[in-house]
Design a protein around this ligand. Structure first.
Ligand code: KG4
Ligand code: ZN
Length: 340
């Protein structure tokens, strides 16, 4: 029997809907919110209002793109968390209403698990799935995690940041340089023109497989403060070098623990996922390291790196296989510790 899942993502500032039939993607629409740009970060209240305005056209658009009606949907998958409470609430409430009105079961998806499972989205029936076990470095705006994936139903968190996420390091450092939000893609672009060895920033010494990025952020701020005393144009004069050095430091921190996790768990199928996995320097560095270490490296297509509903629909598809349906009283969760 063929199974068609409608996926809905609304955890932060992108409203997205996707349709997946038997693991194969048929539509993935994303409406990004520009309202936050002028504030230099996501404004939660504005985000939920924009989700409310966008959600019906986006879901409608996904159904139209797939060429189906709501009658052909077997279950509604939605992001339960983690994310902004008000944003999540719009998606969860909409999914409930839709499911109730059409007699459909619901599937509650952990957003982080969705990012990992973006590697399982197929665009054609015979596209290959990644080999298992898979070690995934998940780098998003709010999370930095190392996850061993034994199957789409079996994920083990083996390391994570104890303070800031890698994406936060990009975004916060970009903000103090006066760059627009989100900072990651802007730093990525500017870094390509700069010298990654121009500045030395602090690297953490954290035991095991955990990460830390707050020391790097502080060291970046101190460099700016000290240099701005002598040269008020320091940031403007050194923008590309600052970006290149910051990005190289973040990548170095990320890869050290990734390599250690691969050795510790004996896993050589290695993937990256989440918004920061769009970073061109990180993609190149992981590929190079993988070549050296004999890894099977999986880089997600850019369209599945940042928030999208295709990853929520595929995660829902795997939950559906196990009949892991959500009760009607399910509530959004701003924080979610467990992966399943
Ligand atoms: O996964 P995502 O879209 O949302 C969360 O779940 O948080 O990740 C957003 C993060 C932001 O911090 C953004 O700056 C970062 O991904 N990002 C990048 C790039 N594209 C997006 N960071 C570095 N380089 C990029 N090209
Ligand atoms: Zn995300």
């Amino acid at each position: 029997m063929s199974i068609t899942i409608l996926g809905i993502e609304s955890s932060c500032d992108d409203t997205s809907a996707a349709i997946i039939t038997d693991g194969v993607l048929r539509a993935n629409l994303i409406s990004s919110q520009d309202v936050h740009r002028q504030y230099g970060g996501v404004v939660p209240e504005l985000a939920s209002r924009a989700h409310q305005a966008n959600i019906i056209p986006v879901v409608d658009g996904a159904l139209k793109t797939a060429g189906i009606g709501i009658g052909e949907i077997d279950a509604v998958a939605f992001t339960q968390g983690p994310g902004l409470m008000g944003s999540l609430l719009v998606g969860v409430s909409f999914a409930k209403g839709l499911a109730l009105a059409n007699g459909l079961p619901m599937l509650a998806v952990n957003h982080l698990q969705g990012h990992v499972l973006s590697h399982f989205i197929r665009e054609t029936h015979n596209a290959p799935l990644p080999q298992l076990p898979l070690l995934c470095l998940l780098v998003s705006g709010g999370h930095t995690q190392l996850i061993v994936v034994r199957s789409p139903h079996d994920m083990q968190l083996v390391g994570q940041t104890i303070d800031d996420a890698a994406g936060e390091a990009f975004d916060k450092c970009a903000k103090v340089m006066g760059l627009p939000y989100p900072g990651g893609p802007v730093i990525d672009r500017l870094a390509q023109e700069g010298n990654p060895k121009a500045f030395n920033f602090a690297k953490p010494a954290i035991a095991g497989l955990n990460y830390s990025f707050s020391g790097l952020k502080t060291s970046f701020l101190y460099t700016l403060r000290d240099q701005l005393r002598d040269n008020p144009n320091f940031i403007e004069d050194n923008k590309t070098n600052l970006c290149a050095s910051l990005q190289a430091t973040i990548i170095d921190i990320l890869l050290r623990k990734l390599q250690r996790a691969s050795e510790q768990y004996g896993v050589t199928n290695v993937a990256i996922a989440g918004g920061v996995s769009a970073n061109s320097g990180l993609r190149q560095a992981v590929s190079q390291l993988g070549e050296k270490r004999g890894w099977n490296v999986y880089l997600p297509p850019l369209r599945y790196t940042t928030d999208n509903a295709a990853m929520i629909a595929i995660a829902g598809y795997y939950k559906h296989q196990r009949n892991e349906f959500a009760p009607l009283n399910i509530a959004p969760q701003a924080r979610m510790e467990a992966l399943l």
